[in-house]
Each structure stands twice: as structure tokens, then as C-alpha cells.
Design a protein around this ligand. Structure first.
Ligand code: ADP
Ligand code: ASP
Ligand code: MG
Length: 430
């Protein structure tokens, strides 16, 4: 008998019908002879709605209280799912993150899992129950307060539990049929990927492909947990994310190894903003004090660009990108240290978007960068910032240009599918 960890995202449990459909799927996995642990997200857009509600009460709510509020979303779905399973004649018990042993640090709204002690879950499934666990939440080791893992964090809960329980597989059920070569909501001709390496998936996730959260993929790679991303609305095979290439059974050709694509896909992200620090003295230590200020405010940044200084003034500009949700905090922290750092002014721009091309083939293929820029230029898209890694190239553009730019790059690299259009079964894309 195997142990399977399944995770159902918000769009899969958006309403009572969705919960009943998911309950049936979970019961099927149990009837196939597995022990089943199901991690569940909040119903539909509940988390966004709770954040909106909090902001109506207080524009910058206290992290501790926001976490208390948001974890309620997952509690609702876990309890309803357990009820629906019992209605089908099977035993189920629901658990909060804290009860499931998800131990985190004490950083509210984006806590990191530091340990998982799933004793109660183990006992529950050993007694024949299906265990339902509230995703996205844990409890701080130090403060004992309830924490959340950051948006999309149920993915991480699932992989962390799969690792702690030594599960055979972690299945991530969502509203599309797997990981595609681009977001199917933007590119109708996106193609489903059968297998993708942890490395390429990490880059796609870090670049905004929210089908899997970056931290969840990091966790899966560290503990070597294969992930199967698939739809809860169809019975199709999805995408395998693992270290070793997938071996596919094919009747005509016998076993066939799926090869790593040269280009895995195109990702986009419109959740970031750009801060420009204007008039920074061009001398050692300036960048250090700017980014120390940002780090002390516990803000993660993404891209950084420093312009050439104007010889006449000896001043330069430094731009960086960060999550929009951290924008206010970053500006406040820099303003507070303005005298110490010594800059003229700050500019804040939240109308930007990022487009990234990801693929292992980039390491050895020198034409990729030129082709990428050509595709953007043919689409009339202006590039504002550029950053690269060994297997990724990213640009920042105007947010309005993103959909067109993603489609142009997808076509230019021959990624368009010539068969069916990619199906989006649910969700609002929020
Ligand atoms: P869930 O509620 O199941 O966690 P998410 O909304 O977090 O679902 O993630 C699924 C969504 O991710 C899809 O509906 C799709 O719009 C988006 N997405 C972005 N990039 C990709 C991609 N490369 N492949 C598949 N889906 C993607
Ligand atoms: N409900 C949380 C969110 O919307 C966590 C998740 O869905 O993974 O971000
Ligand atoms: Mg998600």
C-alpha cells in the first residue's frame, strides 16, 4: 500500500459542488489501495476577499492578525471536505496546519517551514482515515503564533508533508491539465509539458508561473519528491516534475524517455513594482547601504540595475524590482534612511511586467538571447531592465505589453501547439 499526498487548489474547491467532486476523487485514491492525505486551499478567491476585507478595516493590518484571519479560509474548506467524504461513507478527519505539525519561523505572512512533525496525521491514516490538512499555514516554533506561508503556500504544505511522511508521490490538483509552455490563460496555443526538471521548474516558478510555487519546488528538489501536476476536473495525465526524465510507455515504440526540451517555456509576472533611487553618490558602500536598508525591512528583491553615473555630477541611479505588496514598506524604509544613504529622490512604478524565457538549452545555444530580443522588438515592445541566469533570460516591460509579448516570444521559439487549445477549467485567474 502506498501513501499519496494530494493537494487541491482554491479553484478545485470553489463551491459545494467542487468540494463534492474533489471528495469523490480522494475516495477513489483510497479505494485504489492508498493511504491518502489531502491538503486543501481556501475556497475560490476567499483569501483575496479576506485580504480586501482586512484592508477596509486597516490599510496595513498587523501581520499576526492577518495570519489569524487568512488561515480561517483553509479551515472552512478542510472541514467541508471531511464532511463530504464522510457523506460518501468513508472516514475522514481534518487538521489545521498546527495540528498537522507544520512548524515555521515567526515571520508573519511569509513564514518558512523549519520542521514537520506529522505524528497525528500518521496515526489518523494508520487508523484508516483520510486525513485532510489545511494548506498555507503553520505555527511558529518561537512565538507559538499561527503563521501563513505566503500566497500559494498550500503547494509547499503538500510537498513538505509528502517529504515528512515519505510519500510515494505528491499530486498537485489544479484548474489546468499540468504545466504548460506558457500560462494557458494568456497563450491559447500553449503546450502541456510531460516532464520538466526541478531546475527548469524552479526558474519558471520564480519567474511567475504560479501553477507551482517556487518554495514548493525547492522543497521537492531538496527531498527528491516527484510532483505530478494535473487537473482535478479531468482524468488526464499531467506534468511530472522530478530529477530524472520520465519514461513513457508507448505501444508502438516500447519505453521511450521524454527528453528535456531546449526551451521549457515562457513565464510572466505582473505582481512586481520598480523602485528607482535617484541621485546616488557613485562611491563604494552606497549600494550596500541601500540594500541593507531593504534587507533589514525583511523585503526580498528581484532584479537590480545600476546606471552609468554622469561624469559631471558623480551621481548615479539604482533601480530594483520587488513584490508590489512590499512597495510601501520599501519606500518608507528608504525615506527613513535618506540622510544616511544620501540620495536625491525615489521613484515608484507599479505598472511594470516581467517576461522570462526558461530552458536548459540556453547554456549552449548563443542565439537565444538575440532571438528573444528580436521577438520583442518585432512585437513593438520596449525593454526596461534585463537579467539573466544560466538557464533564464528576463526582461521588464510596461505591464500593458505583457500578454502580446508573451505570445510573440512563445511563437518565435516554435512553442505554439498545432493541436487543441489549452483548456482552463475554472478559477478566475486572480
Ligand atoms: P490553484 O488554485 O490550483 O493553486 P493557481 O491559480 O495557483 O491554482 O495556479 C494555476 C494557474 O496557474 C492556472 O490557472 C494558470 O492560469 C496559471 N499558470 C501560469 N503559468 C502557467 C503554466 N506555465 N502552466 C500552467 N498554468 C500556469
Ligand atoms: N489560499 C492561499 C492563497 O490563496 C494559499 C493557496 O491557495 O495555496 O494564496
Ligand atoms: Mg496555487
Amino acid at each position: 500500500m502506498g501513501l499519496v499526498v494530494q493537494k487541491y487548489g482554491g479553484s478545485s474547491v470553489a463551491d459545494a459542488e467542487g468540494i463534492k467532486r474533489v471528495a469523490k476523487r480522494i475516495v477513489e485514491a483510497k479505494q485504489n489501495g492508498n493511504q491518502v492525505v489531502a491538503v486543501v486551499s481556501a475556497m475560490g478567491d476567499t483569501t483575496d476577499e479576506l485580504i480586501d476585507l482586512a484592508e477596509q478595516v486597516s490599510p496595513m493590518p498587523a501581520g499576526r492578525e492577518l495570519d489569524m484571519l487568512l488561515t480561517a479560509g483553509e479551515r472552512i474548506s478542510m472541514a467541508l471536505l471531511a464532511m463530504a467524504i464522510k457523506k460518501l461513507g468513508h472516514e475522514a478527519q481534518s487538521f489545521t496546519g498546527s495540528q498537522a505539525g507544520v512548524i515555521t519561523d515567526s515571520v508573519h505572512n511569509k513564514a518558512r517551514i523549519i520542521d514537520v512533525t506529522p505524528g497525528r496525521i500518521k496515526t489518523s491514516v494508520d487508523e484508516g482515515n483520510i486525513a485532510i490538512v489545511a494548506g498555507f499555514q503553520g505555527v511558529s516554533q518561537d512565538t507559538k503564533d499561527i503563521t501563513t506561508l505566503g500566497r500559494g503556500g498550500s503547494d509547499t504544505t503538500a510537498v513538505a508533508l509528502a517529504a515528512a511522511l515519505d510519500a510515494d508521490v505528491c499530486e498537485i490538483y489544479t484548474d489546468v491539465d499540468g504545466v504548460f509552455t506558457a500560462d494557458p490563460r494568456v497563450v491559447k496555443k500553449a503546450r502541456k509539458i510531460d516532464w520538466i526538471s526541478f531546475e527548469d521548474m524552479l526558474e519558471l516558478a520564480a519567474s511567475g508561473s504560479k501553477v507551482l510555487l517556487h518554495r514548493c519546488v525547492e522543497y521537492a528538489r531538496r527531498y527528491n519528491i516527484p510532483i505530478h501536476v494535473r487537473s482535478s476536473f479531468s482524468g488526464l495525465q499531467g506534468t511530472w516534475v522530478s530529477s530524472e526524465p520520465l519514461v513513457q510507455k508507448s505501444q508502438q515504440q516500447g519505453d521511450k524517455q521524454v527528453e528535456q526540451a531546449l526551451i521549457s517555456g515562457v513565464a510572466h509576472d505582473t505582481s512586481e513594482a520598480k523602485v528607482t533611487v535617484v541621485g546616488v553618490p557613485d562611491k563604494p558602500g552606497e549600494a550596500a547601504s541601500i540594500f541593507r536598508t531593504i534587507a533589514d525591512a525583511e523585503i526580498n528583491i528581484d532584479m537590480v540595475v545600476q546606471n552609468v553615473s554622469a561624469a559631471s555630477t558623480g551621481l548615479t541611479d539604482i533601480s530594483f524590482t520587488l513584490p508590489k505588496t512590499e512597495g510601501r514598506k520599501a519606500i518608507d524604509a528608504l525615506e527613513k534612511n535618506k540622510a544616511g544613504i544620501g540620495f536625491d529622490s525615489l521613484r515608484y512604478d507599479d505598472q511594470i511586467g516581467k517576461i522570462s524565457l526558461v530552458g536548459a538549452g540556453m547554456k549552449t545555444n548563443p542565439g537565444v538571447t538575440a532571438d528573444f530580443f528580436t521577438a520583442l522588438s518585432d512585437a513593438g515592445v520596449n525593454i526596461e531592465l534585463i537579467s539573466t541566469s544560466e538557464i533564464r533570460i528576463s526582461v521588464v516591460t510596461r505591464a500593458d505589453d505583457v500578454p502580446e509579448a508573451v505570445r510573440a516570444v512563445h511563437s518565435a521559439f516554435g512553442l505554439d501547439s498545432d493541436s487543441d487549445e489549452a483548456v482552463v477549467y475554472g478559477g478566475t485567474g486572480r
